[in-house]
Design a protein around this ligand. Structure first.
Ligand code: SD4
Length: 339
């Protein structure tokens, strides 16, 4: 599943075109008007009715977001729906950045990272897992069946096998061929660009207005053995507070980790920012440090308790999916670097 295809689809379909500095095509109150109202969305939310179920996810993962949206519509709790949604990409062999078929590390091993968070604030994560496809579901098992939050590597795999997950070879022929091609130069540039990333991070709000999230990835293509990015780290790749809202990240994990991006966005929303404003501020925290942002992408999506959504990124090209009221839209997202 190529990001470009989705961008093309988005522009062809005319869905969710962005103008100015905010995400459009929102079925709820626009983030701009929310920002101008100066009302804390959390306070506003207390006076509003429960929103219809909403699913949002990073990039143009149409099928995954639709699966989550339909699950919500059918009454699934938020976390069930999020895990159902992201598992579509974990099982998609053509997606070279998530789950089975993901790009390997520089030694040819595919290792996956994932985390989940539920409305109670409970969370689970797995890091650097080599032979399990559905790592978001595995992260949930860690949350529910152990006294811990994180299991890594062999321990996570043993736990998975003991809990009925199947041992699989995650390296597909196509990913192997691409890796062998890469080996010819072995040029290691841990740069995020259009070709080597597409983590799926998803936030869901169910019919009770409860929020959950999941984030799952194979990380950077041809990464150093043992490298783990932001995606499975609670607070960086994903964070939510069911009273406030949630956020997920994609892009250069090291930069998200250094700014604890998703936690930051939720705290900014707690202090009154709209999801859009909070995503923009989190990106600004990265770009103002130095000029290195010119070489990597970071993107955030967020949703607050009132069902408002926002997204922002450094470079043009990132899109967000949003399912609401039976409509699954690919929304173009505004970006920081305009030239
Ligand atoms: C990582 N954030 O491992 C992930 C990569 C990613 O879209 O998001 N790719 O750093």
């Amino acid at each position: 599943m190529k990001r470009r295809t989705f961008i093309q689809n988005a522009s062809l379909s005319g869905l969710g075109v962005v103008a100015g500095t905010t995400v459009l095509a929102c079925n709820n109150t626009s983030s701009t008007s929310e920002a101008n109202s100066k009302e804390n969305p959390v306070d506003t939310m207390k006076n509003t009715e429960k929103p219809t179920p909403i699913a949002i996810c990073t990039w143009g993962f149409t099928k995954a977001n639709e699966a989550a949206g339909i699950a919500l519509k059918n009454g699934d709790p938020a976390l069930d729906a999020a895990i159902k949604g992201v598992s579509v990409e974990e099982e998609n062999l053509k997606n070279t950045t998530v789950g089975k078929g993901g790009a390997p590390d520089r030694e040819g091993n595919v290792t996956l990272d994932a985390c989940v968070m539920d409305p109670s604030g409970d969370c689970g994560a797995v890091l650097c897992v080599a032979h399990i496809t559905n790592v978001a579901a595995l992260a949930r098992k860690v949350m529910e069946e152990t006294p811990h939050v994180i299991l890594a590597g062999e321990g996570a795999e043993e736990f998975a096998l003991a809990n009925g997950f199947e041992k699989e070879n995650l390296l597909t022929e196509a990913s192997k061929e691409a890796w062998q091609e890469w080996l010819k130069t072995s040029e290691y540039k841990p740069l995020i660009n259009i070709e080597n990333h597409d983590t799926i991070g998803m936030l869901t709000m169910d019919g009770n207005g409860d929020i959950a999230g999941a984030c799952t990835t194979s990380g950077l293509s041809y990464k150093m053995k043992g490298r783990v990015g932001d995606s499975p780290i609670i607070g960086s790749g994903l964070f939510l507070d069911n009273e406030i809202g949630g956020a997920v990240a994609t892009g250069m994990g090291e930069e998200v980790l250094k700014t604890v991006g998703s936690f930051l966005i939720v705290e900014l929303m707690r202090n009154g920012m709209s999801p859009q404003e909070a995503c923009e501020e989190a990106v600004h925290r990265i770009v103002k440090k130095n000029d290195r942002y010119k070489d990597f992408q970071v993107a955030y999506i967020a949703m607050n308790k009132a069902g408002e959504t926002g997204a922002y990124c450094i470079h043009e090209g990132f899109t967000m999916m949003r399912y609401q009221d039976g409509k699954n839209e690919n929304v173009a997202v505004d970006f920081y670097k305009k030239s």
